[in-house]
Write a protein that binds this ligand. Structure first.
Ligand code: PMT
Length: 410
């Protein structure tokens, strides 16, 4: 039995799936199935590299349509020429989009069937990058992705996590279910139903802040930004206009998110207030509570046995946002990172900072809190709470954003 579609925005859409040559090509098979479950027709085109990993026959079996593999296939060209195929598509999805394929698309190459189709189509294009994390973070790849983004290409992922070659970092192909949800979120106007946060502006803070002691040293913390970035990505997938104020982290910008990079607590404060007014503020950043009164102009020398730092309080961004009377804020959500008495301290912060919701997580434990790819947390509000058992941060972000959307209505 075909499961009921969770993404009616894709019903009846004609999707041209271009498969690039990476190990993640096997996940594109499941993507075909999920797109068809969502009611889309899927036609597949493969690069030569993709055919080294998965066979055209597998895609044909799942899509129910012939698969195109070459620009020079006379028989296929007679049935549906490549220009006709480019015109047939309501949207083009490139998954996996390898570093090479992204570079060729960014530079407008037409040196194989997939690149030619992407150049010839007028349909919206979405790319789902997948590659080694060093290739993803290379300035050349980032510049190519930015060039494509600038032309309106939707970039879905990549995710952070273990990679095929035994390393870990940003470069994993997004899960097929997440790709389908992101495609549905960017579906053409009028496609029912609208994503849950459509028309709302969401400001998210993420990552640590660095407070400079002198030109070479700073006070920082272990936040990686993963939790806040996953929340920003999830809100954008649900149609929100998202501004992500990010402390110093090494994470790619999620698709459809406007990112503002900052370093110190004061800079984060200023960037958050510059992004207001907004409907929702989510403070997932680990903001320094103290900063040096006066950072030293030159490197502090080892002159005595001990060193006392003169620190002063930073602005409490979250409390100030919650107290702010400007704009249209409908929900202010804070995070509480605690090592003990999690519920008690979280509820105290909820009241003291006059928040609508606080999300508490235990830090200093393995497999959760800072740096880890997973977390466990509990959301508290004045007369309720919801527990989120341990799960990947990407999943928790989706569940939390759904809860936030629910609380907005009530
Ligand atoms: O980034 P990851 O590695 O994925 O880890 C995620 C996380 C553990 C950092 C995240 O889930 C989290 O708990 N973030 C809040 C961390 C924190 O600083 O908690 P806190 O209890 O010190 O602060 C409470 C709240 O006040 C937070 O929403 C914080 O953003 C905010 N705050 C704190 C101080 C300050 N000067 N300004 C603030 O806005």
């Amino acid at each position: 039995m075909v499961p009921a579609s969770k993404e009616p925005a894709l019903k009846g859409q004609r999707i041209l799936l271009c498969v690039g040559g990476g190990i993640a090509a096997y996940k594109a098979l499941e993507l075909v199935r999920r797109l068809r479950d969502a009611g889309a027709s899927v036609q597949v085109a493969m690069t030569d590299g993709a055919q080294q990993f998965v066979t055209a026959l597998s895609f044909q079996a799942l899509s129910g349509l012939p698969v195109r593999t070459s620009l020079w296939d006379a028989a296929a060209e007679q049935a549906m020429g490549h220009l006709e195929l480019a015109r047939w598509a309501d949207r083009v999805v490139v998954a996996p989009a390898t570093a090479d394929l992204i570079a060729r698309l960014a530079h407008g190459h037409a040196d194989d069937l997939v690149a030619t189709l992407c150049l010839a189509t007028t349909a919206p294009i979405s790319i789902c990058p997948a590659m080694n994390h060093r290739m993803w973070l290379h300035p050349a790849t980032q510049a190519n992705v930015e060039a494509l983004r600038g032309r309106g290409v939707q970039v879905i992922g990549p995710e952070d996590g273990p990679l095929a070659e035994g390393e870990s970092g940003p470069g994993r192909l997004s899960e097929p279910a997440d790709i389908v949800a992101a495609l549905a979120g960017a579906a053409p106007a009028g496609a029912p139903p609208r994503p849950r946060l459509h028309g709302l502006k969401v400001v998210v803070s993420a990552g640590p802040t660095y407070e400079d002691l002198d030109p070479v040293r700073y006070l920082g913390n272990r936040s990686s930004g993963k939790m806040g970035f996953a929340i920003a990505a999830s809100a954008a997938r649900r149609g929100a206009d998202v501004v992500l104020v990010a402390g110093p982290v090494h994470l790619p910008t999620p698709a459809g998110v406007k990112r503002v990079d900052v370093r110190s607590a004061q800079q984060m404060h200023d960037a958050v207030f510059a992004a207001l007014p907004a409907d929702i503020y989510i403070g997932a950043a680990a903001v320094a509570d103290y900063t040096p009164r006066e950072p030293a102009a030159n490197k502090i020398k080892k002159s005595s046995e001990s060193l006392a730092l003169d620190l002063v309080r930073t602005p409490d961004i979250l409390a100030e946002v919650a107290a702010s009377t400007q704009g249209r804020l409908r929900l202010v959500v804070g995070f509480a990172a605690e090592t003990e008495k999690v519920a008690e301290y979280a509820r105290k912060k909820l009241e003291a900072k006059r928040l609508d919701m606080i999300v508490a997580n235990r830090v200093g434990v393995a497999g959760g809190g800072f740096e880890s790819d997973s977390n466990a947390m509990t959301a508290y509000w004045a007369d309720g709470e919801r527990e989120f058992p341990s799960a990947p941060k990407t999943q928790l972000a989706d569940e939390l954003v759904e809860l936030i959307a629910e609380r907005l209505k009530s």
